[in-house]
Design a protein around this ligand. Structure first.
Ligand SMILES: NC(=O)c1ccc[n+]([C@@H]2O[C@H](COP(=O)([O-])OP(=O)(O)OC[C@H]3O[C@@H](n4cnc5c(N)ncnc54)[C@H](O)[C@@H]3O)[C@@H](O)[C@H]2O)c1
Length: 251
């Protein structure tokens, strides 16, 4: 896919692993300079080494729940790489519990990363780089669990449902500034987030058996959808939630 992202600067949160890493790699392969943002110093150092060796990326350590640090990090990226054209928010966590087991602490852990951190990253990049230039594309990583319910996922479903609605609300508010905001809603993908769950044959058989295309998604499947939405090829698309779910929600 030639997305022609030469001269574009992209910021990706959660870029040290899984879906965020695949998005960062595809953005870089398509010509963008990429700011790799993550809170895990070890994995971030490793992916940064590879990106810097190729001359396509630079790493920035940030915990997206530390809201006062988001704007200064965005400023640093702008100074070092240039104004940000594309933002992909992939940082995310899950705590698996049934609704009656969820504690306030676990609710906050999940929602602070998945929706609060995501929103304030969206806002900081919009304020600093996109609104002033009347240009930009944001892609938020929601989830199939933002569209349907699932077992032992109440806090996670709440956070991802909120990502869906924040994406739509921002698309309306920021359309006058020519900023497009979309989200993808992936089904299960094998990453560090899901490795334990997917080791359970009952869980993986259930997922694959209920997916019309009869497989999990790959990080590449998700990255392709994200990078299309981030590119000028999607210039009339905003406020949409694109399921990457093998037909799960079509049933
Ligand atoms: N894997 C799946 O099946 C799946 C399905 C649907 C949606 N998603 C969503 O995709 C996104 C990426 O998940 P993944 O599967 O690649 O998981 P992952 O664990 O492989 O990657 C998540 C990354 O986010 C980073 N991160 C976590 N908390 C952070 C914070 N506070 N600040 C900065 N970085 C932080 C982690 O260090 C990690 O590098 C998440 O939002 C997740 O909810 C995943």
């Amino acid at each position: 896919m030639d997305l022609r992202l030469n001269d574009k600067v992209a910021m990706v949160t959660g870029a040290a692993s899984g879906i965020g890493l695949a998005c960062a790699e595809l953005l870089a392969d398509s010509g963008a300079k990429v700011a790799l943002v993550d809170y895990n110093p070890e994995t971030l150092a490793e992916v940064t080494r590879k990106g810097e060796a190729r001359g396509t990326a630079k790493g920035y350590q940030l915990d997206v729940t530390d809201v006062p640090r988001i704007a200064p990090t965005v400023s640093r990226i702008r100074e070092e790489l240039g104004e940000i054209d594309i933002l992909v928010c992939s940082a995310g966590v899950n705590v698996r519990q049934a609704a009656h087991e969820v504690t306030e602490k676990d609710w906050d852990t999940v929602n602070n990363v998945n929706i609060k951190g995501l929103f304030f990253c969206n806002q900081a990049v919009a304020i600093q780089s996109m609104i002033p230039r009347k240009s930009g594309a944001i892609v938020n990583i929601a989830s199939l669990m933002g569209l349907v319910g699932g077992p032992k996922r109440t806090a996670y479903c709440a956070s991802k449902g909120a990502v869906v609605q924040v994406t739509r609300a921002e698309a309306v508010d920021w359309a006058p500034y020519n900023i497009r905001i979309n989200a993808v809603a992936p089904t299960w993908v094998l990453t560090n987030l899901t490795r334990e769950l997917l080791k359970d044959p009952v869980a993986s058989d259930y997922i694959i058996g209920n997916t019309p295309l009869r497989r999990l998604a790959t990080v590449e499947d998700v990255a392709a959808a994200v990078c299309f939405l981030a590119s000028d090829e999607a210039s009339m698309i905003t406020g949409t939630i694109l399921p990457v779910d093998g037909g799960w929600t079509a049933q």
